[in-house]
Design a protein around this ligand. Structure first.
Ligand code: ADP
Ligand code: MG
Length: 908
């Protein structure tokens, strides 16, 4: 057989034979596969997971492994491929990343058990778990620093007069978080972008909905499910059932829609975990408006969690993350994705950061302790679903101890910020006796898997010690027996060996075989097997010893596994307290990390209030600043004041002009990022900042490419601008960068013009608008809350020098040619451009004649081509046309050439 996977002993041979009749193994396979049609089936055979039929073809292609054949089914070859069990995680990882779902089917008994039922019987197998992108718990399958959410989206259809409503429920089964929010169609994409789920579940109906289908299909890993999962009628019962409660009243007032989404989540978890219930916190309902709304375009444009190129490096998150634990990193990412809007809640977080800014010793000490603490939440989740190992128990032991140590350290401080006082309390919640019990039970060196035992400490359990002694003792007895047999037979090379088929046996080389098979030795040695070079025997004594060893080893392993289960059960009982401590560790890490950042990079505590003010003094771009610092360059700090002017009831709009490369985009983004950092609870890169909490943040860049979605860039720009103009309100902050760039100049100018008027008059929001249309600065004369600002440059020896300094006023010109020169355009092009520019500037752009589509598209006059030249050329061309070279003698041709030359010369 050419298959790469040796199947388990007695089941070897093709899983199917001749046409028509499936073998028992294939019958079993087909039955299990039929129950899991939408998953790739990993079918356990000995040391391999094997895939058959179409699954094999899909997996072989996806994983780049060999596709072979194994037997026949209904007369045709069965395609097959296999992955070794010990490398299964790696392959699972790749399949999940590609959006596949995998059903893992295990052997539920030892092949020996099956054999007892008769030679034809099949090992019992069943699916023990479905692996889907949103329901992972293994460290090898998860990114330690990111949450992996499963999100359920439920919809209540629009009825007359009301719009469709949506409820989102999302959980991370590897940490136990569980949240719910309700939203409308307009903010659906914002919410999903914020949550960044690993997998989304929706009902078949929603997935097929004409209006939503294109959007849903553009998202990764959306799983449509049958309607019973989203059945509102029994949602409450299913949700309560998951938590072992009779009602969900304790979760607060949840709408039927919210219950539907939450119940869909837990139902899906139960299905994929085959009835196991990973520990979840009771769902917390997020009030609408509690978080700063940021739409997907703004999120990616501001490069919050990853850059436009899709990398974490270079993002705001990467620039500000100083956390030392994976859980802290996850919490920081969450907070950055969803800044708050309530000034009091924000101040609570700032208080905690301030504590650590003020107490460097506490900060250093606690960060050191945190760094040594394990990922408590994920270890806990694995233990509760029965996927934990000895090292997860150790993580609980160390995590509880670390929590208690940190609580004690915190309590040494007199007046603790509320967030930290709450944290200290949560850290104290786990029962210390569990940690003590685990410390007493677990060995110093722990294996990864519990399967083979060896993780319980000696002296912990007398029965275990006894079984182990017997097991080890018997091994010594075997060694003694070997020596005794060697003596008795006078065969010095006699060995006692062990394999899985024969168990223990006596082995001698072929030349001594006969001796043992003849009297008197044959009374003791019973022949078992003759191989090419060796003969193997057993003895009654050896058989008895073997049974004793096996039972002692079995007993020892049995006791260890029982102990494991007992300890895991104790941990499960205390899951709520341990989870609370795990969350507190993350909160502590984030507060200390943000303080570390603030001290390292000189950030200040911002004031957040309910006003419409927005004052930033000496603001810097958190990412650009760090990038420049690495290259040794200084970042020029800039002020920004969008507060309502005296007696105005709405904030200002800055109209920022200045040449390319001056720093306009940087300035716009830094102010948006400062607002985000401030409201997520961080200090900010500025000398001083006071911000009236922003409720929605919008950011758009002119002519951004969106080829992936197949819309023209200008169309995208306009769709996104429309969204802002329709949604931004008084508390919003809007950043518009070169809007109107994607079309003809005067179209673009007109759109930009009207957009500013709309922002000023209708949206009345705080806004920053960068533009290369200098004409727009005239608007300040009529719009009282519009302020002109420009980024300073100076000219030095014909070169432009960027000062990156934002000052009131308008740019005098755009320095485009100087920038082009810096970029290395050929000198002839630069010179020519200067001439064209001079000509253009000589004309009065305000006159109707100036209202042509100037710099870009109008044909410029050509100052070096006097018109009379044209007539002379015409003459020569006419003359040339009248010649017929075929009919001319060489002499005539030469004369014609002289004549032409003379005509050209006379025109000079
Ligand atoms: P613009 O949008 O005006 O074309 P950018 O904001 O893209 O200009 O800035 C161009 C470059 O100038 C940035 O990549 C950055 O390196 C540098 N820069 C911008 N602002 C500053 C600043 N305040 N201090 C120092 N360097 C800056
Ligand atoms: Mg720019």
């Amino acid at each position: 057989m050419d298959a790469p996977s040796p199947p388990s002993g007695f089941e070897s041979g093709p899983p199917a034979e001749g046409a028509g009749r499936a073998t028992p193994v294939m019958e079993q396979y087909i039955e299990i596969k039929a129950a899991n049609p939408d998953c790739l089936l990993f079918y356990r055979m000995g040391d391999f997971y094997e895939l058959f039929f179409e699954d094999a073809e899909v997996a072989a292609r996806a994983l780049g492994i060999v596709l072979t054949k194994r037997g026949k089914h209904l007369g045709r070859d069965i395609p097959m491929c296999g992955v070794p069990v010990h490398r299964a995680d790696e392959y699972l990882n790749r399949l999940i990343a590609l959006g596949h779902r995998v059903a893992v089917c295990e052997q539920l008994e030892d092949p020996a058990e099956a054999r007892k039922r008769g030679n034809k019987s099949v090992v019992r197998r069943d699916v023990i778990r479905l692996v889907t992108p949103g329901t992972l718990t293994e460290d090898t399958l998860l990114d330690a620093r990111r949450n992996n959410y499963l999100l359920a989206v439920a919809r209540a259809r629009a009825s007359s007069g009301t719009e469709s409503r949506f409820a989102l429920a999302w959980i991370d089964i590897s940490t136990g978080e569980f949240r719910i929010v309700e939203c409308d169609r307009a903010s659906l994409a914002n919410e999903i972008a914020r949550i960044e789920p690993g997998e989304i579940i929706v009902s078949d109906a929603l997935y097929g909905d004409a209006e939503l289908a294109p959007y849903l299909r553009s998202l990764p890993a959306v799983t449509p499910l049958t309607r019973d999962v989203f059945d509102g009628a029994n949602a409450e019962r299913r949700l309560a059932g998951y938590f072992g409660l009779s009602t969900t009243e304790g979760f607060g007032a949840l709408s039927r829609l919210e219950l539907t989404a939450a119940a869909a989540c837990v139902t899906y978890v139960e299905r994929t975990q085959l009835g196991q219930r990973p520990p979840l916190s009771p769902p917390t309902r997020e009030a609408q408006g509690a978080t700063l709304a940021i739409d997907p375009a703004t999120r990616s444009n501001l490069e919050l969690a990853r850059t436009l190129a899709g990398e974490r490096r270079g993002s705001l998150l990467a620039a500000v993350d100083r956390s030392v634990t994976a859980a802290g990193s996850r919490l920081l990412a969450q907070r950055l994705a969803a800044p708050l809007t309530d000034p009091a809640a924000i101040a609570r977080r700032h208080d905690a950061v301030e504590f650590f800014v003020g107490d460097a010793a506490a900060r250093a000490d606690m960060r050191e302790r945190l760094e040594a603490a394990p990922d408590l939440a994920r270890a806990l989740a694995r233990l509760v679903v029965g996927r934990g190992g000895p090292r997860d128990l150790a993580a609980i032991r160390d995590g509880i101890a670390a929590a208690a140590g940190l609580a004690a350290r915190l309590e040494r401080s007199a007046a603790l910020a509320t967030e930290l006082a709450d944290t200290a309390q949560a850290l104290r919640r786990p029962d210390q006796s569990i940690a003590a019990e685990l410390a007493a039970a677990l060995a110093d060196e722990l294996p990864h898997l519990k399967r083979d035992g060896g993780f319980i400490r000696a002296d912990y359990d007398a029965a275990l010690d006894e079984a182990r002694a017997l097991r080890d003792e018997s091994r010594r007895v075997i060694a003694a027996l070997q020596a005794r047999y060697a003596d008795a037979t006078a065969v010095r090379a006699l060995k006692i060996r062990h394999n899985n088929v024969l168990g223990y046996f006596v082995e001698v080389t072929a030349q001594h075989g006969d001796k043992l098979m003849a009297p008197p030795l044959n009374a003791t040695f019973i022949h078992r097997q003759t191989l090419a070079g060796q003969v193997r025997f057993t003895t009654t004594e050896l058989g008895e010893l073997e049974a004793k060893i096996a039972s002692a080893a079995d007993r020892a392993l049995g006791i260890e596994l029982e102990t494991f289960d007992r300890l895991a059960a104790a941990v499960t009982t205390a899951a709520a307290d341990i989870k609370a401590a795990a969350e507190a560790l993350a909160v502590l890490d984030v507060a200390a990390a943000l303080a570390e950042l603030a001290v390292e990079r000189h950030y200040v505590r911002p004031e957040i209030d309910a006003s419409l003010d927005f004052v930033v003094e000496g603001g810097r771009h958190p990412v650009v600043e760090q990038a420049l610092a690495r290259d040794g360059g200084p970042f020029v700090a800039n002020d920004c004041d969008l507060s309502p002017p005296l007696e105005a009831a709405a904030g200002r709009i800055y109209l920022l002009t200045g040449p390319n490369m001056a720093g306009k985009s940087t300035y716009l983004r830094q102010n948006a990022l400062i607002a985000i950092l401030a409201q997520m609870g961080s200090f900010v890169p500025a000398r001083h900042a006071r911000i009236g909490a922003v409720d929605r943040l919008f950011s758009r860049v002119g002519a951004a490419d969106d080829i992936a979605r197949g819309r023209s860039t200008f169309m995208v720009e306009m769709v996104e601008t429309a969204a802002i103009l329709n949604q931004a309100g008084k508390r919003s902050l809007v950043i518009l960068d070169e809007i109107g760039r994607g079309t003809a100049t005067f179209d673009g100018l007109s759109i930009a013009w009207a957009t500013i008027e709309h922002l000023h008059e209708s949206n009345r929001c705080r806004a920053l608008f960068a533009t290369h249309f200098h004409e727009l600065t005239a608007l300040a004369a009529t719009l009282p809350r519009l302020f002109n600002a420009t980024v300073r440059v100076k000219e030095w020896q014909g070169e432009v020098v960027f000062l990156h300094e934002v000052v009131p006023g308008a740019a005098d010109r755009s320095y485009g040619i100087q920038v082009a020169k810096l970029a290395g355009l050929p000198a002839t092009v630069i010179e020519r451009a200067k001439v064209v520019l001079a000509t253009l500037e000589a004309e009065d752009l305000a006159s109707p004649r100036g209202l042509e589509d100037l710099p870009l598209f109008a044909a410029a006059p050509r100052p070096t081509s006097p018109p009379q030249h044209g007539a002379a050329l015409d003459n020569i061309v006419r003359m040339l046309a009248s010649l017929s070279p075929d009919e001319m003698s060489p002499r005539e041709a030469l004369e014609a050439l002289y004549a032409l030359k003379a005509r050209a010369g006379s025109e000079d």
